[in-house]
Design a protein around this ligand. Structure first.
Ligand SMILES: [Zn+2]
Length: 239
């Protein structure tokens, strides 16, 4: 009953979104990132391919510098970039600019530098567009009672509570499309050709099974390729 009343209160005042802050999300992400990094380090799988790490760093650093200029909030972040040859790890970026990239995905698609830049730009967009925080806010909108839940539990549920994850799937698909679109435009501003960037999505779509990367809340590879191709065409026409 109390939970219900509190939920009602939050709904009425529309204040539920304030129950989670960017600072909280960043601190939570930093902790989860550290755990995964430590795990990889223990298994000697952290930054274990020097050549690959150097390639990723050379592509990522100019993009991160650009992110700091274009999204001033992110200039104060403690950005981190690591790589691994562990095929179980995903390519991801968490709140606060914590990036991990697995070589498995890059090898599997034989990504060119432009395509790898597209992947990195997509991940960077998730961070600077505060996609983690927005997902929490959407979860609160869908389930206002969560405003009373301790943050660590809420954070766990966002990634493990299947009922909640299903409710968030459409929202997350929109965030994926946004990271694709804004990532392509962002990497284009860094000097990459839109066609060369969009080719990343052609490769994704061509490969019907790509383990360790896609999740159920990602839009279909075919629709991502369609959107990227259209955008690249528009950008080429306006250049
Ligand atoms: Zn994504």
């Amino acid at each position: 009953m109390l939970r219900y009343l509190i939920a009602l209160l939050f709904t009425v005042h529309g204040a539920a979104a304030q129950a989670v802050t960017q600072a909280e999300v960043m601190a939570g992400s930093a902790k989860l990132y550290r755990e995964q990094i430590d795990e990889l380090r223990k298994g000697y799988r952290l930054d274990d391919d020097q050549r690959f790490g150097a390639r990723v760093a050379a592509l990522a650093h100019p993009l991160i510098e650009q992110a700091k200029r274009e999204f001033p909030e992110s200039a104060a972040w403690d950005w981190e970039l690591h790589t691994t040859t562990d095929g179980d790890a995903n390519a991801f970026a968490m709140a606060g600019g914590k990036i991990l990239l697995s070589r498995a995905h890059v090898d599997e698609l034989a990504l060119t530098d432009a395509e790898l830049a597209m992947l990195l730009a997509h991940e960077i967009m998730h961070a600077v567009l505060r996609h983690n925080l927005k997902e929490f806010e959407e979860a609160l909108r869908l389930e206002p009672a969560r405003a009373t839940q301790p943050y660590p539990e809420f954070e766990h549920d966002i990634d493990h509570d299947h009922a909640l994850m299903r409710k968030l799937a459409t929202f997350n698909q929109r965030q994926e499309m946004e990271a694709d679109r804004e990532g392509l435009l962002f990497a284009m501003r860094a000097g990459w050709s839109p066609q060369a960037l969009a080719a990343y999505f052609r490769k994704l779509a061509k490969q019907s099974h790509y383990p360790n990367f896609d999740r159920f809340d990602h839009p279909s590879p075919a629709s991502r390729w369609r959107a990227a191709r259209e955008l690249a065409k528009q950008m080429d026409a306006s250049r």
